[in-house]
Design a protein around this ligand. Structure first.
Ligand code: SF4
Ligand code: F3S
Ligand code: FES
Length: 234
């Protein structure tokens, strides 16, 4: 089928602001948006700039706004977003500085991630065997472990768009993963971080984050669990 791909282009070396470019492409309904972007880059304009790596929904590097919604280009089938003869729009995710075309500066996102201590802390003497967890306790951390740090959630949050100092849903999901890890001992320190004015209380349960997550993580529910934990430790 023939489709048009409308991409928001921006080259900091020559553009004062971003502008749309439309590329007619011959594609199959089962192709992914990433295939179409690769086609444009490989055969039409090699300057088109975007991130991608695994192409299988694992690395989290190709989050973009497709038809106005945050998605991974490698997980989005054309048949789900465009009809034959139709047009799809592709823009960079919002709330982060655009470096070129669909490529944004992810550093503020990873700064927020690092700020919540997303690593195991336990200074006790290690046991002689594994640190045992019940299946129920392990299940509690499953959601956070599934996160691929794609930023679809944080960059769909209206609070984050207005105030980039908000740590954002992805960082809170990571904090949740360690706060509720029965083997970890730094939950209180993380909750102090999340109790600051850049933390969980910024969330107004807009739900955009949950709807945007390509891993179906119930983000808003996890944020509410963290809010309750923070409230009861004060
Ligand atoms: Fe991406 Fe979901 Fe992780 Fe957010 S919680 S960064 S949307 S995988
Ligand atoms: Fe934002 Fe998600 Fe809360 S969209 S306001 S972090 S529920
Ligand atoms: Fe890795 Fe899409 S390229 S998640």
């Amino acid at each position: 089928m023939k489709i048009n791909v409308k991409i928001l282009r921006y080259d900091p070396e020559k553009d004062r602001k971003a502008h749309w470019e439309v590329y007619p492409v011959e594609a199959q309904a089962g192709d992914r948006v990433l295939d179409v972007l690769n086609h444009v880059k490989w055969y039409v304009d090699p300057k088109l700039t975007f991130r991608r790596s695994c192409a299988h929904g694992i690395c989290g590097s190709d989050a973009m706004l497709i038809n106005g919604r945050n998605r991974l280009a490698c997980k989005t089938l054309l048949q789900d977003v465009v009809k034959p003869g139709g047009t799809i729009t592709v823009e960079p995710i919002r709330g982060l500085r655009v470096e070129k075309d669909l490529l944004v500066d992810m550093e503020p996102f990873f700064d927020a991630y690092r700020a919540v201590m997303p690593y195991f802390v336990n200074d006790e003497a290690p046991p002689t065997t594994e640190r045992i967890q019940s299946p129920e306790a392990a299940e509690r951390m499953d959601h956070g472990s599934n996160c691929i740090l794609c930023a679809c959630c944080t960059t769909s949050c209206p609070i984050y768009w207005v105030n980039g100092s908000y740590l954002g849903p992805a960082a809170i999901v990571q904090a949740h993963r360690f706060i509720f890890d029965t083997r970890d001992r730094a939950a209180e320190a993380r909750m102090q971080i999340l109790n600051q004015n850049t933390g969980v209380w910024r969330c107004r349960t807009a739900y955009n984050c949950t709807e945007a997550c390509p891993r179906d993580i119930p983000i808003t529910q996890l944020i509410e669990e963290v809010k309750r934990a923070v409230m009861y430790t004060q």
